[in-house]
Design a protein around this ligand. Structure first.
Ligand code: DAH
Length: 315
């Protein structure tokens, strides 16, 4: 029996033999039952045999288990030349990245960041911006009206009014936020991000405006000599009003932003004396700047948050 146990080579066989020996109908079990009829010497011998056999089973079992583990490990050898598992890292959304860059640049020029409510009252969105009720310029923006007369903010220009009401002048600020209009195509969505700049002090001129915009665009697009084209335009809250275009990749002119010298009525509406203070304002869609910088073709996808689309463009 002892030899037999030592020669067993699988755990299954060992278990079978163990059951045949120590199980309910096992050989050792049967012999132990007869112990009461034995003399002392025979009992002692049987006890010793019983103990020895159990120990032998235990030893063989751990030998076989160890061997099984070793052969499993040998089969599972680690191939250190295999590629690692790709790391699934998140990135900042292109709009967030663009906003971080834009605000970093404007802050380095001394502008401080402001925000405001997206549901805006008529005063801040229109009237204070020299666009009273029935002013034809209200038609320039397809407004979402709320039943109580409030609007979904159509322009971050509303934030410049709040900033002047709160902090007075001199002021050098930019407002950031989402704006809403009833429009939808590849470059317009019902919601888009706008940034508004405002600089009011005693001797601010259009030359300061153009200088800051040129420096800003150069930094943002990493272009050395930004070529700008200044066209006359119309906005109710600036006078004179201009539209700024930028030369893109050496051939195309792109419309980048509206701007102008803040209209005296706007300053008066914010409690500022226009004979003492003057300055400029500018406004642009920062999602449009992100699309240009990162080569993204469709504004709607920018707000779709489809990770596959974002990955395709390197995000
Ligand atoms: N609010 C204008 C728009 O949404 C953009 C704009 C134009 C803002 C001229 C300005 C500005 O501050 O001076 O179309």
């Amino acid at each position: 029996m002892q030899e037999q146990i030592r020669n067993i080579n699988t755990l299954e066989e060992l278990q079978a033999l163990y059951a045949a020996t120590f199980g309910k109908t096992g050989t050792m079990t049967a012999r132990l039952k007869q112990m009461k009829d034995m003399d002392n010497a025979a009992r002692a011998a049987l006890n010793a045999e019983n103990t020895e056999l159990r120990a032998l089973f235990k030893t063989r079992q751990s030998e076989l288990e160890h061997a099984a583990l070793m052969s499993k490990l040998a089969g599972e050898s680690l191939d250190a030349t295999l590629d690692g598992m790709p790391e699934n890292r998140g990135t900042l959304h292109p709009l967030t990245q663009a906003l971080v860059e834009v605000s970093g640049i404007l802050e380095s020029f001394g502008y401080t960041m402001h925000t405001g409510p997206e549901v805006e009252d008529d005063w801040h969105n229109f009237t204070a911006l020299n666009t009273p009720a029935h002013h034809p310029a209200r038609d320039m923006q397809d407004t979402f009206f709320l039943p109580n007369g409030n609007v979904m903010r159509t322009q971050t220009s509303a934030i410049q009014i709040r900033a002047m009401e709160e902090s007075g002048v001199p002021i050098k600020m930019f407002g950031v936020g989402s704006t809403y209009r009833k429009e939808m195509d590849a470059t317009h969505g019902p919601m888009f991000g706008q940034i508004e700049g405002l600089y009011i002090d005693k001797d601010i001129t259009m030359a300061d405006l153009i200088g800051d915009i040129r420096a800003f665009l150069g930094r943002f697009f990493e272009i050395d000599n930004v070529e700008l084209r200044i066209r006359p335009s119309y906005f109710p809250f600036t006078d004179p009003s201009i539209e700024i275009d930028m030369k893109w990749k050496g051939d195309k002119w792109l419309e980048i932003m509206g701007a102008g010298m803040v209209h005296p009525n706007v300053l008066r509406n914010c409690g500022v004396n226009p004979d003492e203070y003057q300055g400029f304002a500018f406004g642009f869609g920062w999602d449009r700047l992100a699309m240009l910088k990162y080569g993204l073709p469709d504004l709607r996808e920018l707000y779709g948050n489809d990770v596959r689309w974002l990955r395709k463009y390197g995000f």
